[in-house]
Design a protein around this ligand. Structure first.
Ligand code: SER
Length: 451
């Protein structure tokens, strides 16, 4: 089964059960300044989970693009990814535990409509209860209709409670695991299962959140007006399970990358391509900085230009997503290659990480990586302190100058930054012309050719 077929099957399965298919929201959150990117299927739906009426009704199904950047340094093993897709079905005050669990089970095991996975390899976990909410006996009882009681485990909030942050809708969840070992693991005690999970011998494939609580400042403050169901199944993982390969890189969503470097490159270029397609541009702050860091890190690991990789990724997603980087990756790559050499020289001379960042656009993480390779330790705290001072300084100056109703200084800072760069570039071009005694007229690239 191809990844394309799995996406389609999922949408169709839930469409047949009264769900409306909604398109993926952009990776850039629309109304949530607390996160840089959508990190889960629920994020764009938060207003509706909190009770706002959704124009498409109370049963939705989608495939949401997500980016998680917390794990960037772990990318390269067999499962951490920066960009991924999440399959999700949603009940907004509509069905609850019985239907959600039944449909999850049916989709995974049904030969005709679902993925035809092996019932004997499925394990589930449910919430064991704490001060916030009671033990989820109901979910366990429902699961008892579909899987052996010996394969249902109660686990604490650390495992079976979902919330996207300290505030907002949340609730206990039930997670579905799959055993992909050649010789099936069979019945396991609670402790054996926990150990198998820790060791990656069972893989979590799907999460059903029974969202009926609300959190504020990290504490459950009450129940939502209506109960919801939020499910999330990582596409890359379920495709890996279904295609019977050992890592996500062996699925048709990747190209069989084997080494850590190869995996980092495809992961980072893919995430960059999706980010740019949703309107992010490289920069020194926020989303732009994450993007810059991804492109530069990919570029550093790659022995050839990234263009081939870009084409490869476009092909993988042909007909599913419109991906176009408008040459931005190449531009950023070239800039980086030029400064890399100078930066490396400066690094060898012992220039401090903050100056490397400021003058050469060297992300601190890259400096740390380089230093590690050379057995040098970098004072991260010192860097963070300097960066904060720098940011505070520029914030104060832009806030001072633009008191008149500008909401975010971040955007203004970025504009300033860009303007400064353009000004410097123009000055450099002018100086170049003057020293070489050439006119500007014939220069196609120079922005002063009209002089
Ligand atoms: N929000 C839950 C998760 O991301 C389920 O979609 O796992």
């Amino acid at each position: 089964m191809t990844s394309n077929e799995i996406r389609k099957k999922f949408l169709k399965f839930f469409e047949n059960r009264g769900h409306k298919i909604i398109p993926s929201a952009s990776l850039i959150p629309e109304n949530d300044p607390s996160v840089l990117f959508n990190t889960a299927g629920m994020q764009p739906l938060v207003p509706y989970l909190l009770g706002q009426k959704h124009p498409m009704g109370t049963r939705l199904v989608d495939v949401q693009k997500c980016v998680r950047t917390g794990d960037i340094d772990e990318v390269g093993d067999n499962r951490h990814l920066t960009f991924f897709e999440m399959l999700g079905n949603w009940s907004l005050g509509d069905y609850f535990k019985p239907d959600a669990i039944k449909w999850s089970f049916e989709f995974l095991t049904s030969k005709e409509e679902g993925l035809d996975l092996d019932i004997n390899r499925i394990y589930v976990t449910v919430f064991e209860g704490d001060d916030n909410a009671p033990r989820d006996n109901e979910a366990a009882d429902i699961w008892g209709k579909y899987v052996s009681k010996n394969r249902i485990y109660f686990l604490p909030a650390k495992n079976n409670w979902w919330s996207a942050g300290d505030n907002g809708p949340c609730g206990p969840d039930t997670e579905i695991f799959y055993d992909t070992n050649e010789v099936p693991l069979g019945d396991m005690t609670h402790d054996e299962f926990v150990k198998a999970d820790d060791e990656g011998r069972v893989i979590e494939i799907w999460n059903n959140v029974f969202m009926e609580y609300e959190k504020a400042l990290g504490k459950v403050v009450g129940k939502l007006a209506k109960h919801n169901v939020d499910t999330g199944m990582g596409l890359e993982r379920i495709v890996m399970v279904k295609q019977g390969v050992k890592t996500v890189f062996g699925t048709d969503l990747f190209g069989g990358e084997q080494t850590r470097e190869e995996r980092i490159i495809i992961d980072h270029v893919k995430a960059s391509l999706f980010m740019i397609s949703d309107g992010v541009i490289p920069g020194n702050t926020g989303r732009g900085y994450v993007l810059r860091r991804l492109i530069r890190r990919a570029s550093r690991f790659s022995s050839e230009p990234l263009s081939k990789m870009i084409e490869k990724i476009k092909k993988i997603y042909e007909g599913v997503y419109n991906l176009d980087d408008n040459g931005i990756i190449k531009e950023e790559e070239e800039k980086f290659r030029l400064t890399l050499e100078q930066g490396l020289k400066a690094f060898e001379k012992g220039i401090n990480p903050f100056d490397l960042f400021q003058s050469y656009g060297f992300p601190i993480e890259l400096t740390i990586e380089l230093a590690k390779e050379k057995g040098i330790k970098i004072d991260r705290e010192d860097f963070d302190k300097k960066l904060k001072e720098h940011q505070d300084l520029s914030r104060t100056s832009s806030a001072g100058m633009f008191k008149g109703g500008l909401a975010g200084t971040g955007e203004m800072e970025t504009k300033y930054h860009t303007t400064t760069h353009m000004l410097l570039a123009a000055l450099r071009q002018i100086l170049d012309r003057i020293t070489k005694r050439r006119s500007f007229k014939n220069c196609k690239k120079c922005i002063f050719r009209f002089i």
